[in-house]
Design a protein around this ligand. Structure first.
Ligand code: MLT
Length: 265
């Protein structure tokens, strides 16, 4: 379905019925990331799968902040009548957005799943690199990011067809969407204190060979939130969700099923 926020289209798929789970993809990906979760868990949960602004089928804006993405998610929940606390699942940039959502809408979060992400802000050098890439993307198109990211996204065992399918999704992300997301990530705040202050159930998932958010970043999040569960999935890179969907879905499902007070129940 498409909803309209401030005159912009935000695309979202909503599947199933049950406790609400909001699944937020990474950069510059789309809601397609969560297809394995939808296929396995739609009978048990209400799965809310947006394309972030400027990604997938959602309209871009020339600039964005992690706060803008978080506000879009809150507007989306309102638009679909979801007032219960959700289990919020964020992959990579989706995790950065999830932290901001927790800062702004804490009462709407019943549980948090952080996969292939990190809580630290960018270093000054990394932020500078993102700003330079954003300027290049506006001139040269999104393919430069798709080409640079594809080799870093996957673990050594990922099939060629999977790599090619995701390269195509990244290359199809509009340049405005890619550039805005790069600037949003460069400017995002550090979230370790946010994480440390969260008392809801938390699951952290990492890929053994993740070159973008390595297991050490997951360990740092676990140290900030000692009550969190940590699962390191062997033989996967940054795209754990689609590289080992069986392992990811099993970890997610087990976590969602054992929540003391199920979100949305
Ligand atoms: C992502 O997968 O969302 C991004 O690669 C995260 C990042 O660049 O920090």
């Amino acid at each position: 379905m498409n909803i309209t926020i401030d005159g912009r289209t935000l695309h979202c798929e909503v599947h199933g019925d049950g406790p609400a789970v909001l699944l937020v993809h990474g950069f510059p990906l789309s809601g397609r990331l969560w297809d394995p979760v939808v296929a396995s868990l739609r009978q048990e949960f209400r799965l809310i799968v947006p394309d972030l602004r400027g990604h997938g089928l959602s309209a871009a804006t020339p600039t964005a902040t992690v706060g803008d993405y978080a506000d879009d998610l809150a507007a989306l929940l309102d638009a679909i009548g979801e007032s219960r606390p959700v289990a919020l699942v964020g992959m990579s940039m989706g995790g950065y957005v999830a932290f901001e959502f927790c800062r702004r809408y804490r009462r709407r979060v019943g549980a948090l799943v952080l996969t292939n992400t990190r809580a630290q802000a960018d270093t000054a050098e990394a932020a500078r690199g993102r700003r330079e890439t954003a300027a290049r993307v506006r001139l040269e198109g999104s393919a430069i990011v798709a080409d640079a990211m594809t080799p870093k996204l996957f673990g050594p065992d990922a099939p060629k067809a999977l790599r090619e399918a995701w390269r195509a999704i990244m290359a199809a992300t509009p340049p405005d969407g890619v550039a805005a997301a790069l600037l949003a990530m460069a400017d995002r705040p550090d979230s370790l204190a946010t994480l440390a202050g969260l008392d809801c159930p938390i699951l952290i998932v990492a890929g053994e060979h993740d070159a973008i958010a390595p297991p050490a970043d997951a360990q740092a999040m676990r140290e900030a939130a000692p009550h969190a569960q940590l699962e390191i999935v062997p033989a996967t890179g940054h795209m754990t969700v689609v590289e080992r969907p069986d392992r990811f879905v099993a970890a997610l499902a087990a976590f969602l099923r054992t929540l003391d007070a199920k979100p949305g129940r």
